[in-house]
Design a protein around this ligand. Sequence first.
Ligand code: PHE
Length: 340
Amino acid sequence: MKDKLTIIKDKAIEEINSIDSLDTLEKIRVDVLGKKGELTLVLREMGKLSKEERPVMGKLANEVREAIEAEMAEKKEALSKLLRDEKLKSEIIDISLEKNDIQLGHFHPLIKTLEELEDLFVSMGFKVLTGPEIETVANNFDALNSPDNHPSRDMSDTFYIDEETVLRTHTSPVQIRAMKEYGAPLKMVSAGRTFRFDDVDDTHSPMFHQIEGLVVDEKISMANLLGTLETFIKEFFGSDMQTRYRPHHFPFTEPSAEVDVTCHHCHGKGCPACNNTGWSMELLGCGMVHPKVLENCGIDSEKYTGFAFGMGIDRIAMVKYGINNIRLLFENDNRFLNQF
Ligand code: PHE
């Protein structure tokens, strides 16, 4: 029996050492140590041994089993490591690839200006609203009290999509939407793109940007309009800014005015940029909301009055950043944009 045990041990260890798969290792375990394994079968014969021999053989059998198990555990560990290494090698990811030189973006000077304007009005208690760029003729003209024969309705001034639909020519239709949706009292600004069939030159583009303001409440007067605009202009452009109000006409405000501010180049002394007037012309249009406009939006014009103003953001950005050609704002040339 002793010989049998030694043979089993030597054979098993030799086999274990010669294999290279975990499956084969498991098969050897079953063949040798399993219920019907070689070692188990030998142990069954223990009963036939004498009382003296039994403990001796039992001890030997245990040693054989432990030796085989130890050998198996060692092999298992070695094989697992080998397999793991191979797997890692086959799944390796090459992270050494050169990256494209990605450039971080930043805000466009126009958007920066637009957001600064909005922020300033928000700090003055205005709500920021938006409206669609494709607008109805009803909102863009009719409800704003624009007469049927008003030149701005002309095909040569306005981009028509069909008879009832236009690319909005100003942000004023957002006034109409706001009054219809929220009624009075109301204090809102709205900034965005506007479109006019204009000639393109250094200061004109068929697509440009406006910001619109509207305040409707009881007892709103021209004094409120002036106070709001003065505060805004001094906050935004600096406290040394002078303003000049010229009477003007808009169908949707009465009375109406255009506002000029001190020339940003010469600060009022007179220079070629301002034709020696010292004034930068037409910063914004404004006026007291026409009663008909309030009524068109279902607001009682006996009880409520309002003021409104609108201005071009592109021009403000150009003044602010010293840009002399509006097209630069829309060409998206990185050589230009990277300067901001
Ligand atoms: N909508 C006018 C324009 O585009 C500006 C304006 C807005 C004037 C509000 C008065 C009141 O020129």
